[in-house]
Ligand binder design. Structure first.
Ligand SMILES: NC(=O)C1=CN([C@@H]2O[C@H](COP(=O)(O)OP(=O)(O)OC[C@H]3O[C@@H](n4cnc5c(N)ncnc54)[C@H](OP(=O)(O)O)[C@@H]3O)[C@@H](O)[C@H]2O)C=CC1
Ligand SMILES: N[C@@H](CC=O)C(=O)O
Length: 414
């Protein structure tokens, strides 16, 4: 019998209990041992559940129980999750977590503690919800040199964009629905401002390239500035707007990493990833592009990934699974301002034509987009072949001429 404790009985935690109780027989067969939840830590009371007697509010009870070999952390946030997970790893307990904030900010340190103590620290659910991605990168694609990863990594924002585009739902209503369905973070600003996708691309970059990338070193933009006018311009350009997290290994040995909304061409596999689904493209030198697709958030998809990690832990009590990356190193993240970019820009002046001719004289050559539902004072165009810094300078020059820059969205080449 393998005894485990679950920290947090929210969306994911309750899903973990549901999966463990509904699939007990098959899970026991696969783990070759019965998995029994001995404790559930939560701040609230949950009377009337078949496992109500497992609840505790005291983490020390779990930490000090030698029978507990695996702790599942699904509380979220950095504190006290980090303190609890670290204490578990220092006290001989393997840890499974869905907490991307924890892995993105403390992964290198926690992996080192796990390695030192011959324990597992597994986090399949931290990226892509129910999509297998951590194990495929660390095991199935291990013969490749991964050169690039790009994808739709946040279910909530993809759900919001889909609802806005397909059903003309307002941003606020779509977000409220995503929260109701259990997709959003406790503080949904982490979803809509891009921080959640940033944490996930940091985890994938750290895993694929072996060096920890911290979220605060990554250029990050969310979806809050996107309007239906931008959606219309993306459509006439030939694509859709998606929040993309991407990382690319450069010849210099530095990584170009960012999170931002992008125009994605209709022909791209990522363009048809809608709703709460995520799509992640991993480019390997031997495999070429491998694309992973599935539900990126929600109770049962996420619980599925968590419980699979628990099963893996039980099967590897003695032979630790090898998952590791080194601490961050200086000058590893390429200077964002020097990177080449292509972008769509939406501007306004006394008339759309006036805004466009100002853009032509500042940028030289631009490609005008003609909106299906034009706004009298606005114009949209695309530019390419500039660095991020040059683009910023040109946009500032436009503003100096009295042209308002309403939005700027990068164009992806995926
Ligand atoms: N929801 C999803 O689709 C996905 C979530 N994740 C990640 O999984 C983690 C959990 O997410 P989710 O289940 O949605 O979050 P919830 O907020 O639904 O659940 C968290 C639970 O943990 C409890 N909790 C928080 N702090 C403590 C504490 N100090 N001691 C005891 N209990 C505590 C909360 O209680 P209370 O409510 O009283 O504060 C709540 O019941 C997060 O890191 C999230 O980013 C990952 C993939 C998908
Ligand atoms: N809030 C996250 C939950 C899963 O990681 C998302 O929407 O993707």
């Amino acid at each position: 019998m393998a005894y485990i404790a679950v920290l947090g009985h929210g969306v994911v935690g309750s899903g973990v209990l549901e999966v463990l109780t509904t699939h007990t027989a098959s899970i026991t067969k696969r783990a070759k041992e019965e998995i029994k939840v001995k404790y559930i830590l939560d701040l609230k009371d949950f009377p009337g559940l078949p496992y109500s007697d497992c609840f505790t509010k005291d983490f020390q009870v779990i930490l000090n129980d030698p029978e507990i070999q695996i702790v599942v952390e699904v509380m979220g946030g950095l504190h006290p999750a980090y303190d609890f997970v670290k204490a578990c790893l220092e006290n001989g307990k393997s840890v499974v977590t869905s907490n991307k904030e924890l892995v993105a900010k403390k992964g290198a340190e926690l992996l080192a503690i796990a390695q030192r103590n011959n324990l597992n620290f597994l986090f399949e659910a931290s990226v892509g919800g129910g999509i297998p991605i951590i194990r495929p990168i660390s095991q199935c694609l291990a013969a490749n040199e991964v050169t690039e990863i790009a994808g739709i990594l946040n279910g909530t924002t993809n759900f919001i964009l889909t609802k806005m585009i397909r059903e003309q739902m307002t941003f606020g209503d779509a977000l409220a629905l995503a929260q109701k369905l259990g997709y959003a973070e406790r503080d949904p600003r982490a979803d809509v401002e891009g921080d959640d996708a940033c944490r996930k691309i940091c985890i994938l970059a750290s895993l694929a390239f072996g060096t920890h990338v911290y979220p605060d070193s990554v250029y990050t933009e969310g979806i809050t500035k996107i309007t239906l006018e931008d959606v219309d311009f993306a459509d006439v350009w030939g694509g859709v707007i998606k929040l993309i997290g991407s990382v690319k290994m450069l010849e210099s040995g530095q990584v170009h990493i960012m999170v931002c909304p992008m125009f994605v061409h209709r022909g791209s596999q990522l363009a048809s990833v809608d709703d709460v689904f995520n799509g992640i493209m991993v480019r390997g030198d031997a495999t070429g592009d491998v694309v992973f697709y599935g539900k990126g958030a929600g109770k049962l998809p996420t619980a599925s990934a968590v419980v699979a990690d628990v099963i893996d832990c039980v099967k590897h009590f003695k032979a630790r699974k090898y998952l590791f990356w080194d601490e961050a190193k200086p000058n590893y993240i390429a200077d964002f301002g020097s990177m080449k970019t292509s972008a769509y820009v939406r501007v306004a002046a006394e008339s759309g034509d006036a805004a466009y001719s100002a853009a032509e004289s500042v940028f030289g050559s631009v490609t005008r987009l003609l909106a299906k539902k034009p706004v009298e004072s606005e114009a949209g165009f695309t530019v390419s072949g500039l660095t991020e810094n040059e683009l910023q300078e040109k946009l500032a020059a436009l503003e100096e001429r009295g042209v308002r820059v309403l939005n700027r969205i990068r164009i992806s080449d995926y």
